[in-house]
Design a protein around this ligand. Structure first.
Ligand SMILES: [Zn+2]
Length: 89
């Protein structure tokens, strides 16, 4: 039984341990492959999040424009109707 350094927290753990008792990261499952997969998948996830955020911002801007147009139309209609109403009397 030998002691190795944890790849996550750097503390000494047994090389027979399946996971680090300090931070819980799994140590025996080929750590080099795991880090490579994490590095390859992380940027794609970040790009996806950015795209989702941009799409949400665009849809929010569209809905904001719709509500602003709607409220301006309503206020214009109300002023028009009040003018008609006061002209009759
Ligand atoms: Zn650890």
């Amino acid at each position: 039984m030998a002691l190795i350094n944890c790849t996550e927290c750097g503390k000494q753990i047994s090389d027979k341990a399946a996971s680090c008792p300090h931070c819980g990261v799994s140590v025996n499952a080929a750590p080099s492959q795991n880090t490579a997969q994490a590095q390859s998948t992380a940027p794609q996830q970040a790009v996806n999040y950015q795209q989702q955020a941009q799409a949400q911002q665009k849809s929010q801007q569209k809905s904001m424009m719709k509500t602003m147009l709607f409220s301006s139309l309503i206020s214009a209609g109300i002023s028009f109707l009040t003018r008609l109403f006061y002209r009759r009397f």
